[in-house]
Ligand binder design. Structure first.
Ligand code: MOS
Length: 725
């Protein structure tokens, strides 16, 4: 058995609630602005005061002197916490740079002081009179000059990250067509709407952080670690998040500084990282340089494929795995994939939505478009002939469920791909150049152990408690659907409580594992509650049918309320099925674009994604995930770039005016189709994630559409208009 589901029964075969289009139960709170975000939790503890973060003004070097005396004398100031002279604090799980620098500065805007005052304005004013003298050192800030000669990345598992199968070089040279191109992607910011924010309060030894965080159980431990205290004395509460995208996977400076500030001031302290600080203080998706070499036969079959990626990070930081999808997506006997990692002194690179794959597709899927053109072949057909049902480098490993070809065919048909103008730059509509592009997409489909508690009250209401987070994704709703289904109650009879470390530990929100994992944990808890009800009323809970707030058993029936008040916890755990199967999600993506022939400005006309991701738990929230990811893809392709100041080592455009993120209004028509697939091995939910699949490939579909419209192939992202003039 791969997971601990009760034998002989699949509760979702005739599902009434799971898989049905369901409006978000937190929707009214969100749309009326009344969902309480971390910084707005005015009512959780009285006497809250404000912290303002001071970031380092150099990228690399030392603090020679810091004078806070003038700041201390400013009105309203309660405490000033400065980085300790000796050792920096606050690395914690998953981070590379200390969250609170010591004498040594690791990157620009690393936090070096927190001013606590009665009001925000007082804290800000006082921070502006702190005098800091730095000894600046030279740093490495340019990936292009650091990349040549960079060693193979060893940050994932300690081994050099290179996989060779067959003889790439020989097969490449013998191939009928060859492609050898380089692509670059820039540093990108999560730029989520809700900044990182925390309120900290101490009660003796115990610390509570009302915070904005994706991973509660991880970070309860991490806060304990950073502050050198028992994790059991730490409570994290994060019921609503205004986006995370990986930027809130780990503890960040707001949480650590709020805790230290609250201790120093003897008052609860709230800290929101100021927007202009976020881009350099927190993490980002690292820039990449990628080289693709592909050799193929006349029929389009790939005989040789090499994908090499270069990225950079702070010393000790990990590299961006841009070749990940290339190890899964296409057949080909002779293969080389490798990641190289350079040392840079820019702010820390870390996980951002589909880390690795999001940028990897921006190279691989454009290279496939270029290869199709060399072969005079349809780009959809090229991908179909190179499909595989086993992992190319490890043929003994099968995909648990892979329907990429169906995605490609269905997408081509629905989008009207057959009508595409095949001559790049050859279709004009008044002042507009029109183009269509497509790409395939892959993102892995992980699951992780996840627990929940489910309570039944005397009125037959069901309450679910788990530390799962809803980062804007719809967790509340799919968890309510799962509990309603398994307990056989209407959706409105279910209450869901999330994000509190006092609840059972879930898998959290990351790596697009959240939906599949957290609902499986709720399923496990509900199965245990059914058993507990059966035990109380004298039947086998696994054999009974729970429906319509009633329970049918052999030779009788009960009302759910007959059970009285009961509660059960459960945890879904997993065997090692991922040794035998590669569990992935697949998609085809299509885009039609119009480019102003005079100014070079481009406008998306329509986009389509066809997704193969197992059971779709809620087509409404799943669609929202994908259309949001499509919009983020448009940003990655057309506008988003953290501009590096290569002299001083920081990101210049550190606000939402300079870092341009598209909105849905920029894309008039988005369509998402989900194949009705069920993953047979992943969990009893048979569901996989879509939140990161949605950003794997639409980027390249946009880039390929731009080429088809203009006849100009630009390989340096973002594809801004100046590159087409
Ligand atoms: Mo994701 S980048 O694991 O939130």
């Amino acid at each position: 058995m791969e997971y601990n589901a009760p034998a002989g029964k699949n509760l979702f075969d005739n599902a009434k609630v799971v898989g049905k289009p369901t409006r978000r139960i937190d929707g009214p709170l969100k749309t009326t602005g009344t969902a309480p975000y971390a910084y707005e939790r005015h009512d959780v503890v009285p006497g809250q005061v404000y912290g303002y973060v001071l970031g380092a003004g150099i990228a690399k070097g030392r603090i020679a002197a810091m004078d806070v005396s003038a700041a201390r004398a400013m009105p309203g100031v309660l405490a000033i916490v400065t980085a300790p002279d000796t050792k920096p604090v606050g690395k914690g799980m998953g981070n590379t740079a200390p969250l609170f620098g010591g004498r040594d500065i690791a990157h620009y805007h690393q936090a070096i002081a927190l001013v606590v005052a009665e009001t925000f304005e007082q804290a800000r004013a006082a921070s502006s009179v702190i005098r800091v003298e730095y000894e600046r050192q030279k740093g490495a800030f340019d990936l292009a000059s650091a990349a040549p000669g960079a060693p193979l990345d060893t940050t994932r598992g300690g081994e050099p990250d290179q996989v060779r199968t067959g003889d790439f070089e020989a097969a490449y040279h013998a191939a009928y067509v060859q492609l050898d191109e380089r692509y670059t992607t820039p540093d990108e910011s999560h730029a989520m709407m809700e900044p990182h924010a925390s309120i900290a309060a101490w009660e003796g030894e115990k610390l509570t952080l009302w915070t904005s965080n994706q991973m509660i159980a991880w970070n309860k431990g991490s806060v304990g670690d950073i502050l050198d205290m028992e994790p059991d004395n730490v409570r994290l509460d994060s019921p609503y998040l205004g986006g995370g995208f990986g930027g809130k996977l780990f503890v960040r400076a707001d949480a650590v500084l709020a805790a230290l500030g609250a201790k120093a001031a003897g008052r609860p302290v709230k800290v929101m990282l100021q927007r202009p600080l976020i881009y350099n203080n927190t993490t980002h998706r690292p820039a990449s340089i990628q080289r693709l070499r592909i050799g193929a036969g006349k029929d389009g079959r790939i005989s040789a494929i090499a994908h090499e990626g270069w990225s950079g990070n702070l010393p000790g930081g990990s590299g961006e795995n841009t070749v990940q999808q290339t190890r899964q997506l296409y057949a080909g006997d002779h293969r080389l994939t490798a990641n190289y990692l350079a040392t840079l002194d820019l702010p820390e690179g870390n996980a951002m939505r589909a880390p690795g794959e999001a940028s990897g597709h921006m190279a691989l899927e454009v290279a496939m478009d270029e290869l199709a053109e060399k072969l005079d072949m349809c780009p959809v057909e090229l991908r179909i002939v190179n499909d595989t049902q086993t992992v190319p480098d490890e043929p003994e490993i099968k995909f648990s469920d892979r329907n990429l070809v169906r995605c490609l065919r269905e997408g081509a048909e629905r989008f009207g791909w057959a009508n595409r103008n095949k001559t790049p730059g050859g279709l004009r509509d008044g002042r507009w150049l029109i183009g269509m592009g497509m790409a395939a997409g892959y993102r892995n489909g992980p699951v992780g152990k996840s627990a929940a508690r489910v309570k039944l009250d005397r009125r037959g209401r069901v309450t679910v408690e788990t530390d799962m987070t809803d980062i804007g994704t719809g967790s509340y709703t799919i968890i309510a659907q799962t509990a309603a289904e398994v307990m056989g109650v209407p959706l409105k009879q279910v209450t869901v409580r999330l994000g509190d470390s006092a609840y059972p530990a879930s898998a959290g929100s990351g790596g697009q594992w959240g939906a599949a994992s957290s609902t499986a944990g709720v399923y496990a808890a509900c199965v245990n509650l059914r058993r507990a009800i059966g035990e109380k009323l004298g039947f086998d809970g696994d054999a009974a049918t729970f429906d319509n707030s009633r329970i049918a058993v052999d030779g009788g029936s009960f009302a759910l309320t007959d059970a009285g008040a009961l509660s059960a916890t459960g945890e879904m755990t997993y065997g090692d099925f991922q040794d035998d199967y590669s569990v992935g999600t697949f998609a085809s993506h299509f885009c039609e674009i119009a480019v102003d022939a005079y100014t070079g400005e481009s406008f998306i006309r329509r986009m389509l994604s066809v997704c193969d991701a197992g059971r779709i738990l809620n087509p409404v929230s799943a669609r929202s995930q994908v259309i949001g990811a499509m919009a983020m893809s448009v940003g990655a392709t057309l506008t988003e770039e953290l501009a590096v100041d290569k002299r001083f080592g920081f990101f210049v455009n550190h606000d939402m005016a300079g870092y341009e993120v598209p909105v849905h209004a920029d894309i008039p028509h988005q369509e998402v189709v989900f194949l009705d697939t069920l993953d047979p091995v992943i969990s009893p939910m048979k569901a996989k994630g879509v939140g990161e699949l949605g950003i794997c490939g639409p980027t390249a579909a946009v880039a390929n559409a731009l080429y088809n419209a203009t006849g100009i192939r630009v390989r340096e992202y973002p594809l801004t208009l100046d590159k087409y003039l």
